[in-house]
Design a protein. Structure first.
Length: 61
């Protein structure tokens, strides 16, 4: 293999690696946005049960 072919292969590998990194960054950004949206939805709604329920346990027989 001559030097020109090696340079071409190396350049193609570099472009492929850069594309993979950019795609992973986009996936991470999307996951972050979705998790933030989910957390906002979880905190936005009313409580499902009153706060005093579940605080004590009656163990008398």
């Amino acid at each position: 293999m001559d030097i020109a072919a090696l340079a071409t292969v190396a350049a193609q590998a570099n472009v492929s690696q850069q594309a993979s990194i950019l795609m992973m960054k986009k996936v991470m950004d999307t996951a972050t946005d979705q998790s933030q949206s989910l957390l906002q939805l979880m905190g936005a709604g009313p409580a499902l049960s009153p706060a005093h329920l579940g605080n004590t346990i009656d163990i008398s027989i």
